[in-house]
Design a protein around this ligand. Structure first.
Ligand code: SAH
Length: 356
């Protein structure tokens, strides 16, 4: 194990200076060795160049004080080989009989990465019952998207990568997820630990703003549950457009409200107790935004009101959940009085002849 000690990791408690030891770039980079090799000389070579530095910045205790605990979790996972991986109708890795350490010990390690917001995952017989039943979202989009066979796919704001696994299961040639929240990335790495190193699926601890601009590289780009967290929605849509190759497809899932063209709400204060919700557009408004940045063939393929069956508190996510964010009068409105949380799925393409 390689360690790095740097001056900023010194802490003083009661006049005694302790040196916190954090793992350096050298150890976190190994999670991405295969991806890095693949990216060199590919359409993603600009990302290959800046990735080591991004990893060094984002896998860091100055940003994530508990990072050493999460990395310890990854180190303590058992090594198991020769188990099946099923990504067709669920995300299932291994069977209970193949687990080589006691079940409750394994569960304890995984629980150190609480809260598990996205899932569910079945891992050597442990059913990780996450807050969101993300499989329902996948079911709403899967039939509407371009086949992922042989496609290079990017999932922006992928959380712990649940949908990335489903995309790989749907035949994608390679899936790259990005999410700035390092605990969720560690959840992904915990699952990836039980696969071959060269399985073409990775989740990077970075935000969309960290990607090199104008990559024009991906065949399909997904942005699900992210747009309303961005202060500048048009800029987000433009970034997605610029990540796609000519003819590439965007799949955008976000909160919507009823209303005419040009209508959107900007919640004052919180929305369903979330602090970071900026724009919730009407369907027509979002279609016009997508068209404005250059997408063609923009269509709405699904609308659904989020239910307690899809988002709820579980043993794997013990904080508050949807039922605590919604009025109890049966109206379904948020505690702040906004319309019931409703999500739309939009699909569109970049023209084959991209205009500058
Ligand atoms: N796409 C998943 C998760 C949505 S939750 C799904 O649909 O189930 C929203 C995610 O967006 C969070 O995990 C959050 O960390 C991530 N996110 C927030 N800001 C982001 C940014 N600037 N770039 C990429 N992801 C971001």
């Amino acid at each position: 194990m390689l360690f790095e000690v740097s001056p900023q990791n010194k802490v003083t408690i009661k006049h005694i200076t302790y040196t916190c030891i954090v793992r350096s770039e050298i150890t976190t980079v190994h999670y991405y060795k295969n991806l890095q090799n693949w990216m060199n000389g590919s359409v993603l070579s600009p990302l290959a160049k800046c990735l080591p530095q991004l990893l060094n910045e984002n896998f860091h205790t100055t940003r994530w004080g508990d990072l050493p605990l999460w990395l310890d979790c990854l180190d303590n996972l058992p090594n198991i080989v020769g188990h099946p991986i099923n990504l067709d109708s669920e995300v299932q890795i291994g069977n209970a009989s193949q687990l080589v350490i006691p079940r409750d010990e394994f569960q304890k390690i995984l629980m150190k990465l609480h809260p598990w917001r996205k899932g569910p995952f079945s891992l050597f017989g442990i059913e990780i019952d996450s807050e969101w039943r993300s499989n329902l979202k996948w079911d709403r989009i899967a039939d509407h998207i371009h086949s992922l066979e042989n496609r290079l796919v990017l999932d922006v704001g992928c959380g712990n990568g649940y949908q990335c696994w489903r995309m790989l299961g749907a035949g994608a040639e390679r899936v790259i997820g990005i999410d700035p929240s390092v605990k969720f990335v560690c959840q992904f790495l915990a699952l990836k630990h039980f696969t071959e190193d060269n399985l073409p699926i990775d989740v990077l601890p970075i935000g969309i703003q960290d990607l090199p601009t104008n990559l024009h590289a991906f065949d399909s780009v997904f942005s699900m549950g992210v747009l309303y967290h961005r202060k500048s929605p048009l800029e987000h849509l433009q970034q997605l457009y610029n990540l796609l190759r000519p003819g590439g497809q965007i799949v955008l899932e976000t909160l919507i409200v009823e209303g005419s063209n040009r209508y959107s709400i900007v919640p004052q204060g919180r929305y369903a107790k979330m602090r970071n919700v900026w724009f919730i557009p009407s369907v027509k408004t979002l279609i016009s935004w997508l068209s404005r940045v250059g997408f063609i063939g923009v269509r709405l393929v699904d609308v659904s009101i989020t239910s307690n069956g899809e988002q709820r508190k579980t043993n794997w996510m013990r904080y508050q959940s949807l039922e605590d964010f919604i009025m109890t009068d049966g109206s379904g409105r948020t505690l702040e009085g906004y319309p019931p949380p409703t999500r739309g799925v939009f699909i569109a393409e970049v023209p084959s002849q991209r205009s500058k």
